[in-house]
Design a binder for this molecule. Sequence first.
Ligand code: NAP
Length: 527
Amino acid sequence: MTELTQDSLAQEPLAQESMAQESMAQESAQVRDDEQPDHQVLIVGAGFGGMGAGIAFKRLGIDDIAILERCDDLGGTWHVNHYPGLAVDIASVTYSYSFEPNPNWSRLFAPGAELKRYAEHVADKYDLKRHMEFDTAVTAAHWDDEQRLWRVTTAGGETRTARYLVTATGFLSQPHTPDFPGIDTFAGRILHTTAWEDGYDFAGRRVAVIGTGATAVQLIPEIASRADELTVFQRTPIWVVPKVDFPIPPPVRTLFRRFPLTQRAARVVNTSMLEMLMVVGVLHFRQAKLGNKAAALLARAHLRVQVRDRATRRKLTPEYDFGCKRPTFSNSYFASFNRPSVRLQTSPIVRVEPDGIVCADGTKAEIDTLVLATGFNLWDVNFPAFEIVGREDRNLGQWWRESRFQAYEGITMPRFPNMLSLNSPYSYSGLSYFTTIEGQMRHIARLFGEVRRRGADTFEVTDAANTEFLDDMTHKLESSVFYDGNCSGSRSYYFNQHGEATLLRPTATLRTLREMNSFPLDAYTYR
Ligand code: NAP
């Protein structure tokens, strides 16, 4: 089964890691004429990705690590997001590091605050906190090929140097605030879901929520139960399937604590089910259309059971195939639209006025609170999240946009020596983000094991390996729902500005993990 094999594979890098410890730690002490970097490793981002990379380097014996974080605390998305209703949408037994199971989750789908606490726990246990520097936004990184190091600048005007650069800046980390005409004139309160005002009282309020993505699906039932009036502005409906969620009873938590194998078994079962959904429903759409159609049928039946009004049901039904856009789970989202105080508006927004929102159908929703559940900008301002210039002055953002979005095994790019980009094209497994991170931790262990074995200090992926990987991804995606299904009109962030679905890695989890453990070492050059 997926997860047991996954865990057993994890032992191999551990062996390499201990072998690598000594020489990597001594690298900075080597007597050379050249400039010694401030840090061996500089990681940008203190979320689960950055922490996973930190753990991977510590296992290699590298302790000279700086983790720079633009926020004032660790946890990434789970620090930034704290809107009401926030919870994981992948069951917690799967949405956690496999090597650090948490027997204390209160529910099958843990609330956001527990993820934040889990991040704190991991940072403490793996001694990561002392490496972290908060309120330190990185603005640029330039490769110095002569000194073989990265020069990293921060918003404070400081420059740091590091032998190795890891970007772990997240996929969904640049909030998107649409520029609706007149939004500056709005006289009430505007709340973006990534800048939530804790304790904001919706009682007696007339509220608008713009957006119906996974965030809105969690938030809308919370607001609907408190506000006097709620108007939901939907541009594109989302597929929603039932959420089988329940509190984890204390005896089960005790069982997980005393006999960790039981929690592992639960992880295997849950991960395998998700894998089926992803592989069958999305990646192998051409070969297994029925699986995809069954998922859509389940979501339609869920809507049918939950929403009484036929016209509302019609508006809430997507016209694109299941999986084009990330589907979500909820038992209370659809039912919110049965409340007399909740209205679904699908006419396009024309402008915002001081006291309301005017739509193309001529109606105006009078409101005093505007909630922007408008998501994130992935492709324009992320990828990368700051300027990165590699060898031969290759600018990563420019190169990605002018050629194609690409990254070897979703982690390295040619002309960017000694750099690992955790949030790259084709890096995201599409399941639990932890699957992505753990695959990348294996890649780091294998790659740095080879760097050490060769007595090198610089690596760079070859053009040939990168091109071969890109061709393979492009070919595999042909039978996915993204190209073989009907995704027009889905407005999915899986697609970049060129219309290519370059976010998800179209391989099964087990295969991804295997490849991360066994990629050909000559995919890289070493100096
Ligand atoms: P999202 O999926 O990008 O949704 C943004 C919403 O805002 C969409 O409905 C979008 O409509 C709408 N929107 C954006 N600009 C608009 C405009 N100018 N006019 C009208 N509507 C506009 O963002 P999200 O809901 O924050 O979710 C992002 C991802 O975060 C999810 O897919 C999921 O991976 C993750 N997430 C996870 C959890 C969890 O695990 N607990 C919770 C929340 C989010 P269009 O669809 O028409 O563009």
